[in-house]
Design a binder for this molecule. Structure first.
Ligand code: URA
Length: 420
């Protein structure tokens, strides 16, 4: 068996068998297959797809490419994962809330992918926050304070870490077998026994339609079932970016504000929907409305924000930035965007906003690229809001003057208004 034959087989639309998939994952993880060969196979999978058996084989091979954590000593541990979105800072808000309600949270997140952001890049914008900790520390943190959020570290699903970075740099993200195997391999390796999936659809998501999102959700819940993990998937529309900010530091600041009770309506809806189901899965109550009330209560009484601070402190982060978010470094340029027309916002093309954030330096073009944590976009007006002539609809945060001006020009076309 060799990799050229496997690439040719998928290129020619044939089904790969378990041995071939295991060979690819093992050899790529051990650096015996080059990035360009792996990229060719990933592109062939992207173009020609995989059937359910192939996707399950790929997921299990990726999960088994490293260690599989055993969290049974922690009791019921609930994990959550989103299929990605623009401005999606839900993990930063929801996980401390859930932990503050007594459910252990042990979560491994990813970096930015394509035009969507990643929780790990966001957490790293908090000075000192360590996403790379040992398995022992990860378990100790969950035992001690009830929560740990880490990157793809230790030796957990290393194959996904490599393939994820490759997909980000080769425009091969929007694929059901690749997304399903990426997410579920991480979830299986990280050890949680209950999993809530947030499957997004719309212009800011990888799945553009609800039907495709349902297909992805079904595929992932079936993998979860076969792997013995209780998995629930929710479908979340993402026609415009979630919340007000897009960009790593900006989203951390918005998450802190949300934990203080200043939460955007669309963010709140997702937090309550996912959170109430997580509490139910964790055996904390079957009444979803009552669960939502508990979530709101722990925001109001400050317990959720306290848990976030505990998390940051415990992982080496400087909590003075959380206590005073003005301490976060600002970009050199913060330019207002006006539209010189009036009406009501009909559309804010989320994918274009995500691409704009990458253009400003907030995401990667090559997998080695360093990202600029401070750049991004703040939306002052969202869908349905009225815009008068010369109203500021958004701000561009940039460190490069030319890019800032170009971003302002591009953003004017991303906003679509209805005549009111
Ligand atoms: N999140 C992941 O971890 N992987 C994907 O492929 C998409 C979103």
């Amino acid at each position: 068996m060799n990799i050229k034959e496997i690439i040719a087989k998928k290129r020619d639309k044939h089904v790969l068998n378990t041995e071939e998939i295991n060979f690819f994952i093992n050899e790529y993880t051990n650096n015996n297959i080059t990035d360009y060969q792996a990229a060719a196979l990933i592109m062939a999978i992207y173009l020609n797809g995989m059937n359910k058996e192939e996707t399950l084989d790929l997921t299990l091979a990726m999960a088994n490419s490293g260690d599989i954590l055993d969290l049974t000593s922690l009791g019921i541990v609930v994990d959550k994962h989103s299929t990605g979105g623009v401005g999606d800072k839900i993990t930063l808000i929801l996980m401390p809330i859930i932990a503050s309600l007594g459910v252990p949270v042990a979560k491994m997140s990813g970096r930015g992918l394509g035009y969507t952001g990643g929780t790990i890049d966001k957490l790293e914008s908090i000075p000192g926050y360590k996403i790379n900790i040992s398995e022992k520390e990860f378990m100790q943190n969950v035992k001690k304070i009830g929560i740990s959020l880490i990157g793809q570290t230790m030796n957990l699903a290393p194959a996904d870490k490599k393939i994820y970075a490759l997909r980000d740099a080769t425009s091969t993200t929007e694929s059901i077998p690749l997304i399903a195997s990426s997410i579920m391999s991480k979830k299986i390796a990280a050890g949680a026994n209950k999993i809530v999936l947030d499957v997004t659809y719309g212009s800011g998501a990888f799945m553009k339609t609800k039907e495709k999102a349902k297909e992805l959700a079904d595929e992932m819940t079936e993998i979860g079932r076969l792997a013995g993990r209780e998995t629930v998937a929710m479908l979340t529309p993402m026609e415009e970016p979630l919340g007000k900010n897009i960009g790593n530091t900006l989203e951390v600041i918005e998450a802190v504000e949300a934990l203080k009770g200043n939460m955007q309506d669309d963010v709140k809806e997702v937090v309550l929907e996912l959170g109430s189901n997580m509490l139910k899965l964790a055996g904390k109550g079957n009444d979803l409305e009552e669960n939502k009330r508990k979530i709101l209560e722990n925001i109001q009484n400050g317990k959720a924000l306290e848990k976030f601070k505990e998390l940051v402190k415990n992982q080496g982060g400087d909590i003075s930035y959380i206590e005073d978010t003005n301490r976060f470094e600002k970009t050199k340029y913060i330019l207002p965007v006006t539209l010189e027309k009036e009406g009501r916002v009909k559309e804010i093309k989320a994918e274009e906003i995500g691409k704009l954030s990458v253009f400003l330096g907030g995401g990667r073009i090559k997998k080695e690229d360093k990202i600029d944590k401070a750049v991004g976009i703040t939306l002052n007006k969202k869908i349905g809001e009225k815009v008068e002539k010369e109203d500021i609809v958004a701000y561009i945060h940039a460190n490069d003057e030319e890019k800032a001006k170009e971003a302002v020009r591009r953003l004017k076309n991303i906003y679509v208004l209805n005549k009111d």
